[in-house]
Each structure stands twice: as C-alpha cells, then as structure tokens.
Design a protein around this ligand. Structure first.
Ligand code: SAM
Ligand code: DTB
Ligand code: SF4
Length: 333
C-alpha cells in the first residue's frame, strides 16, 4: 500500500538544480529498513560504512552557545525558547575574544570543528556580520567552522560563505506531517528554504533531527526520507536523542528504547552513505554499550566537550576512555 507520507521537495530546488542524488527512498523503503532484524540492519550499515569511511575514525565537533536563550520560537523540545520557563536566561551575543578563547580550548582538547549556536529565529544583518567575524577568526586558527543561527536570507548566506564558513546547521528535526505538533512559529517549508539558500551560497549543509519527540515509526522514517532525498544529501547529519528539559512541553516524554536510537543511526548510514552521521545530543545519559552500537551502526562524528548548547555532554575523560576501549581514533580532515 502507498504510504500517506511522502518527502517534500522544494519546488525551487527541483527547478534549478541538476540532481546529483538520483536515488530516491520512499518512506516505505525506510520503514522496511527499520523493520529488519537488528543484526541484519547493523551488518548492512557497517558494510555501507566501510565502503566510504575508515570504520575506526570519528570526527570531533565542539559546540558553543554564542547567544543563549530568549528565543521567540516555540520549539517544544528547546530549553532556549522564551515561551517556556526552563531557568535559561536570555543573554547577549558573546564577545569575539571569549569565543576565540573557547575555540582555542576546543582545539587544544582535540576538536577539529567548532560549532557556534545562537538562539535566534532569524538573525539581523548586523548580527550576521558579527558572527562572520567570529567565523573568519576561528577558521584562521585552523578549525573547521559551523554556525546555526536560524532562518537566513540569501544575502546573509552569501555573507557567511564569504567569511569562510564551512557548514551551516539547520535541522529538519522530524517529518513534515509531525512538524506542526512540535513547532507552530515556522513551517517545514521555511526550513527547506533556508537549506536551499545555504546550498546555493556554497556552504556545506549540516542537517538532521531529533528522535523521541513522540513521533511514530513512519514519522521517524519520514525524517530520514526527507534528508536522504535531498538533491545533495547533507554532508553532516546530526541525529539527536531528545534531551528532556524541565519546563519544556516534552519534559515528560517517554524515553525511546536505546536500540531504536541505534536503528535510526543505522538507517541514516545506509540511506546517506557518504555523509558524516553524528551521534549528537543525548550521549550524557547514554551508556557505553549503546554508544558502541551507534559507532557500529555507522555514526562517525560526535559533539565533544562538556556542554552542548545549554545542557550537559559527557566529560572529556569519559569520551577519551570510551575511544580507548573501542580503539577509535580522531578523524583528521
Ligand atoms: N535557533 C537555531 C535553530 O533552531 O535552527 C539554532 C539553535 S537550535 C538549539 C539547534 C538544534 O538543536 C535544533 O534544531 C534541535 O535539533 C537541537 N535541539 C534543541 N534542543 C534540543 C533538545 N532538548 N534535545 C535534542 N536536540 C535539541
Ligand atoms: C544539533 O543537531 N544538535 C546540537 C547542534 N545541532 C546545534 C544542539 C543540541 C542541543 C541540545 C540541548 C541544548 O543543550 O540546548
Ligand atoms: Fe529557538 Fe532554535 Fe530553540 Fe527553536 S530550537 S526555540 S529556534 S533556539
């Protein structure tokens, strides 16, 4: 039977671009991957992974919140939305010298990419200019750069590209049909439009989602279909496990089974063979065995450093020990 849920293609994307990604995944194809016996799924994912990557190398990205809290959007998972009382206060944009100090510390600890996040719906031109200066200075230190600032206009994407930005993070978060249950202050199409602008400006795309929002399995497959069917799939695909934050509407969501999280990583790996798949938020409460299975399923990037944006991430020592136990090494660009 035909699935009700399909992926949404941006009409502008369809009209203007030569498709380099000829493979199309239906939501049903992806549901069938999820339904495979666990061992078959992981074997397949590991096979695909080995065709394109060193299976023992993991890319390390460090996050910094350069503008925390007070966001006008109502994303039901987010501790930085001004609509929810989460104890996160609104701050101003961090000064350049503090950002550079944090970037240097991240580099010294072994990160190769520095990701700067701002709790904005969409930045103003002067804010993009200030972030552009941060990008240029961080890049000059020899780190790859990534920023996530919300929705962009064409000229803002171009300005960030000119500043030397390597990646723009802008997540689709879930399937098109579930999006309205999670966020009411913007549409899925708004997200796709910004992703298009980022691509057109020549910036690499970092785009993924969250599991554990309350989505059903078809909707989880719908997110993966959406990502995998892009004309050019994102170079970087963060898969976040919901961090349940007191005060947000999703604070009491049921935990997903850790093995279902592993399956999501495996399905992302199989459908986006050349992308870096990042085991992202949610590692703080994830045991070593689950993380090891995620690496086996094809995850080859993590957020490294004691904080994500405002919530906790594992201590460096814990990650160092895990890498040692698993014989993992850092991916060198
Ligand atoms: N405001 C910008 C935006 O929404 O694109 C950038 C920052 S926003 C915090 C970046 C991403 O963090 C979101 O798209 C979401 O995927 C992720 N995120 C936020 N809160 C989360 C949570 N509690 N658990 C897991 N991921 C979360
Ligand atoms: C992404 O996919 N996950 C990161 C990053 N991109 C910006 C953010 C995770 C946020 C987790 C909750 C917090 O600390 O605010
Ligand atoms: Fe704002 Fe981004 Fe949080 Fe949504 S996810 S409330 S846009 S900071």
């Amino acid at each position: 039977m035909e699935s009700q849920i399909t992926w949404v293609q941006n009409p502008a994307q369809a009209a203007n671009k030569t498709a380099s990604n000829t493979q199309r995944w239906s939501v049903e194809d992806i549901e069938a991957l999820f339904a495979l016996p666990f061992n078959d799924l992981l074997f397949k994912a590991q096979q695909v992974h080995r065709e394109h990557f060193d299976p023992n190398a993991v890319q390390l990205s460090t996050l910094l919140s350069i503008k925390t809290g007070g966001c006008p959007e109502d994303c039901a998972y987010c501790p930085q939305s001004a609509k929810y009382d989460t104890g996160v206060d609104a701050e101003k944009l961090m000064p350049l010298d503090e950002v550079l100090k944090a970037a240097q510390a991240a580099k010294d600890k072994g990160a190769t990419r520095f990701c700067m996040g701002a709790a904005w719906r969409s930045p103003k031109d002067h804010q993009v200019e200030a972030v552009g200066e941060m990008v240029s200075a961080v890049k000059a230190m020899g780190l790859e750069t990534c920023v996530t600032l919300g929705m962009l206009k064409d000229h803002q994407a171009k300005q960030l590209q000119a500043a030397g930005l390597d990646y723009y993070n802008h997540n689709l978060d879930t399937s098109p049909d579930f999006y309205g249950d999670i966020i009411s202050t913007r549409t899925y199409q708004d997200r796709l439009d910004t992703l298009d602008r980022v691509r057109d400006a020549g910036i690499k795309v970092c785009c993924g989602g969250i599991v554990g929002l309350g989505e059903n399995l078809t909707q989880r497959a719908g997110l993966i279909a959406q990502l995998a069917n892009m004309d050019e799939p994102p170079e970087s695909v963060p898969i976040n496990n919901l961090v349940k934050v007191e005060g947000t509407p999703l604070a009491d969501n049921a935990d997903i089974d850790p093995l279902d999280f592993v399956r999501t990583i495996a399905v992302a790996r199989i459908t986006m063979p050349k992308s870096f798949v990042r085991l992202s938020a949610g590692r703080e409460t994830m045991n070593e065995s689950t993380q090891a299975l995620c690496f086996l399923a094809g995850a080859n990037s993590i957020f490294y450093g004691e904080k994500l944006l405002v919530t906790d991430n594992p201590e460096l020592e814990r990650d160092t020990q895990l890498f040692k136990k698993l014989g993992l090494k850092r991916f060198e660009n």
